[in-house]
Write a protein that binds this ligand. Structure first.
Ligand SMILES: Nc1ncnc2c1ncn2[C@@H]1O[C@H](COP(=O)(O)OP(=O)(O)OP(=O)(O)O)[C@@H](O)[C@H]1O
Length: 276
């Protein structure tokens, strides 16, 4: 695991003011979420509100349940034997409980996209990677596909780099470009929320910076939940930070407060690198 970096280098100067009076409506409300892998109780009574068009970072030591939590949001555990959810994850504005087995996981995944730690483009062309989800949704008219593929690639800040080689293999792209392609693929179906699971941990600093810039741009149009081991990254890109420990949510609040005035000693110890 990458060690958390220490506190002094955090630069919070360019950030929006603390959101103590944030008027963004809730996008998701997590209510007393418990999650079990068979006998193992991986998430313990997690409750939090994720606000619309805000970036919320999940931090905490390896194994504390960050990915488990993130994966609940697009029902990735459904096929894991013995996996069991309790509680609610209510998605607004329609107020549905997305972990209710009666809610179709495909519908949930259309509304909540996910990007993983390692770029994982399909063995297809750049164009077909982005068009994939659209084709699954029955869109086949060339003009519509062209338009939506271009829009998603522009939103992922990749269009200028790939517009002349759309039909080349996605594997010809660099790691950072592949990750932006995966983001474009997730954006093509116009989700309301994006889950990012350590999206830059396999990337170099330049590619990391471009993904962080992109996260800040995407925040204008959708809600983002990001898992990161990098404290600076959480401080740079997020509005809110949630600190988890052993399956519990220890502390949650505006990023600036969590990093400068944590209420809990465990949070302070973690962000100052005293444990992790
Ligand atoms: N499929 C599984 N079956 C059983 N236990 C699992 C499974 N996946 C994860 N776990 C356990 O659940 C706990 C939380 O794991 P999770 O991957 O969510 O942690 P994390 O905080 O994302 O860690 P990291 O930062 O290392 O990615 C760990 O103890 C892990 O061993």
């Amino acid at each position: 695991m990458e060690q958390p970096t220490t506190m002094p280098a955090l630069d919070l100067s360019g950030r929006a003011p603390a959101q103590a009076q944030d008027d963004a409506p809730p996008k998701v409300e997590v209510r007393d979420l418990n999650f079990h892998y068979g006998e193992f109780h991986a998430l313990r009574g997690v409750s939090m509100v994720i606000r619309e068009r805000r970036v919320t970072a999940l931090i905490g030591a390896s194994g504390c349940g960050k990915s488990t939590f993130l994966r609940c949001f697009n029902r990735m555990h459904d096929l894991v034997e013995g996996a069991r959810y309790e509680g609610e994850i209510r998605l607004f504005p329609d107020d549905i409980n997305i972990i209710d087995r009666r809610v179709d996981p495909i519908t949930v995944r259309m509304r909540i996209g996910m990007v993983f730690q390692k770029p994982n483009p399909f063995p297809k062309s750049i164009y077909e990677n982005v068009a994939y989800g659209l084709r699954i949704r029955g869109i086949s008219r060339r003009r519509v596909l062209d338009e939506r593929v271009e829009r998603a690639l522009r939103q992922a800040a990749l269009w200028d780099e790939v517009k002349d080689r759309l039909h080349r293999s996605a594997f010809d792209l660099s790691g950072g470009q592949q990750q932006r392609l995966c983001i474009a693929r997730a954006l093509a179906t116009e989700p309301e929320m994006l889950l990012l699971d350590e999206p830059t941990s396999a990337l170099d600093p330049i590619a990391t910076a471009s993904i962080e810039e992109l996260v800040t741009e995407l925040r204008e149009r959708l809600t983002i939940l990001i898992v990161t081991h990098n404290m600076q990254q959480a401080a740079r890109v997020s509005d809110y930070t949630a600190f988890m420990h052993l399956g519990e949510l220890v502390e949650f609040g505006p990023t600036e407060e969590i990093f400068t005035r944590p209420r809990e000693k465990r949070t302070e110890d973690y962000i100052t690198g005293r444990f992790g």
